[in-house]
Every structure is written in structure tokens, then in C-alpha cells.
Design a protein around this ligand. Sequence first.
Ligand code: TXA
Ligand code: MG
Length: 358
Amino acid sequence: MINQTHTKIVPIDLDTPDRTIINEAAALIQDGQLVAFPTETVYGLGADTFNQSAIQAIFSVKHRPSTDPLIVHIGSIQELSTVAIKIPEIALTLAHQFWPGPLTLILEKQSNIPHAVTAGGPSVAVRYPDHRIAQLLIATSGCPIAAPSANRFSRPSPTLAYHVFADLNGKIPMILDGGPTNIGLESTVLDVTHSCPCILRPGGISMEQIQSVIPDVQIRKQFFDVCHESQHSPGQLFKHYSPKAPLCLFTGHSIDDVTMAMYVHMEKLLNMNQSVGAMLVEEDLELFKPLAKDGGLIQNLGSVNKLDIVAKNLFACMRRLDSANVDCILIHMLPKNEIGLAIQDRLFRAAEKVIQVG
Ligand code: TXA
Ligand code: MG
């Protein structure tokens, strides 16, 4: 049973961060409490990596299963050896190329990393975030900070301090509010414990960027299956990052056919007096105008030609439609180049239903 706590949201300036605020947050971490903080990807829910009870608290406030391991956040490449051992050359090459940044490396863990952090496994996930506030918090706390995304388990990751508040109010003492996060989707998780590195979760560093260092990098088979056997409704199996309203994902070879199928479906639901939300790319807005007039709630994700903006908006749009209490949310598949692969992964995981068109 977790006692109710007063949760304060403390705005912090990214250019000239107030050190007294950082000191207060770091003191909470050192005291075994949890602090939510911004990173360049999404907000994290941080605790002292070496404090067992603080780590347990992360799992309980998030309602996260203890079988799902956490990412350890460090403040420099040098710190890597304090949390991992037998670091392969390729890991250092990647670290020098992409850190600080949205790349999480899976490595063999140091024996002092608590079991709860790694879910009892032999490996540890490590990343050096590219965010001034995260870096200052790690340095001032004087310990690596274990942090999952600061959402309630299975909800969309928080890209605003307010999203954290909506999920965790009354459960944690402090949220550092650094404004909207820059990338909006989580880091790429790359397993480098085997001779053949494998992407376990696509994210902020694209597959193309990793291929520039490891041309034959693998991608987790499960992910590949999810994307290519969509008719099996993978959302059921991997449901995650999901809005409260069922998300219906339209996919297929012809983008025009897919968009039209989504339009017809939305029109039908509106005629049945359902409250329907649609997350659209800018290029679709004109077509869907009549449905907006008929009461459909439209969220503009940004241009299909600027997928980094779409990524940045995705989780916030899901949450906005949830706040409007829609009965369902519709979206169609987007290109999967660069950050698009991570968008595709999150959409398949969030989807309650995948509709294959054509
Ligand atoms: O961008 C991010 O990665 C954000 C910010 C806060 O850093 N964090 C984040 O953490 O997304 P979380 O806990 O929501 O996702 C961590 C992912 C999970 O899918 C987890 O299963 C995987 O990393 N992971 C952690 N440790 C692992 C390990 N030892 N082996 C394989 N996967 C691991
Ligand atoms: Mg998460």
C-alpha cells in the first residue's frame, strides 16, 4: 500500500536551471524517493539505482510487472564501467557516436546492480541521456538513476510534465517540468551482449543510423512479426503505450485506399452516434473536414514528410483524445523510414484492432 503524497510540479528552465531545484530533487533521490524528470525522449521516473526499496517503489507506483527491467541512466561514457562489465568494443563505438542520446545499450551487468533493476537477469540496460536537466540530476545525485518512462504501466509515455501528473499524482513527491520533450518517443534499445547486435525496441536513434555503424544489425523477430502479420491483431499480444479508448489502426499497401477505408469507417461510427477521434497527418486534414463538422475529433500529427514532428506529437494526441472521452481512436499507418519505424512499433502495440485494407 502506497501512502498518498503531495506531488509538486516544479518548472525548471533548461538554459539557466535553478540549482536549488536540482539540489532538492537530488536530495529526494538520495533519500530513496522518486523524482520524475525530463529527458530528450520522454519523462522518466527516477530512483537511485542502488536503493532496493526505491526501485521497488518504481514498480508499485507504475503498476509495472517486476519482470520488466529498467534502464539505468548515467552521466558520462566513463560511468559505463560502474554499471556494466565485459563491455564490447562495438558498445564503446556506439556510445561515442550516439551518446549522449536516445540509444539504450544492453550489456552484461555489474554484480552490484540490484536484481530488481534487471528483473533478475544477467544484463543491464544503460543510457546517457541528452538532456541538461537529466544530466544535472544524475551528477548531483551522485548515482546512476534507474528510470522507466514516468507513465502508469501500459499508458502512453509522458511527453509533458502534466502527463506524469495525470498518471502519478499523489504517488511521487516531485515532477521536474522542463516543458515538452524533444523526441517524444522512447530510446532505441540495442542488445550488444551477443556477437550479432539486435534492436529490441526501435526508437530515437534510427535503424539507418545504427546500420551506419553495424551494417548487419538485426531487429527483434517479434517486432518483425508484429509488423508483417498484422491480420493477427498483434495489439492483443503486445498491448502497450495505449490510450484508454480502443485504437484502431488501418494498414495496407495503397495509402489512398487505407485513408479512404478509414474515412468510411469513421463516417459509419459517427452515423451510429459514437464519439470518434482521428489522429491525422496534415495532408489528410482537408479530406476529413466534413467528418470534423459532423462531430469527429481531429488531432493533427503534423506532415507525413516530417515524421520527427509526428513522433513528437503522437503520445500527446492519444492523451488528448482520451481526455475528450472518445469511444475509439482511428489512425492509419505511416512510412517506416527513420523515426517512422519507432512510430510503427508504438502504433502496433497501442492498437486494439488492426484493419488490413486490400
Ligand atoms: O527513452 C527511454 O528509453 C525512456 C527514458 C525515460 O529514458 N525510458 C524508457 O524506459 O522508455 P521503459 O522502462 O519504459 O522502457 C525500457 C525498455 C523496456 O522495454 C524494457 O523491457 C527494456 O527497455 N529493457 C530494460 N532492461 C533490459 C534488459 N536487461 N534486457 C532487455 N531489455 C531491457
Ligand atoms: Mg515505458
